[in-house]
Design a protein around this ligand. Sequence first.
Ligand code: THU
Length: 138
Amino acid sequence: MNINDDVVKELVSKAIDAREHAYAPYSEFLVGCAALGSDGKIYTGCNIENVSYSATNCAERTAIFKGVSAGCLSFEAIAIMGARKEEKPGLCYPCGVCRQVLAEFSADEGLKIIIAKNIAEYKITTLDALMPFAFVEF
Ligand code: THU
């Protein structure tokens, strides 16, 4: 799938919107995500924290699991925007657990990862670059 500038901007914009729903009363670190499925649909997610801490779900997994539960098992690109409440966003890279989940559902041609500060400032990398030699079969 061709991930051109317009697609990238749409994903970043949807990630920023999804961040509005972040439930993060403990860390106050709000994350939003938008994942482009190989079915052409965009699945969004936010982080959802829990008083137990360990039951917290990251924004990336929320978005991917929404897609998978709707029947989409492959993703081409994902945009992520995360920052503390009221603070200027830096670059928020996916955690190790999310990288493992992204590896499970990455498109065969790979997964583009767009790390956004805002609609105009973002960095594009790949899951391969963030997680070489991933465990994807046994
Ligand atoms: N978090 C995400 O949702 N995605 C990331 O890429 C990094 C961390 C969340 C988990 C937790 O709710 C908060 O950010 C602080 O770790």
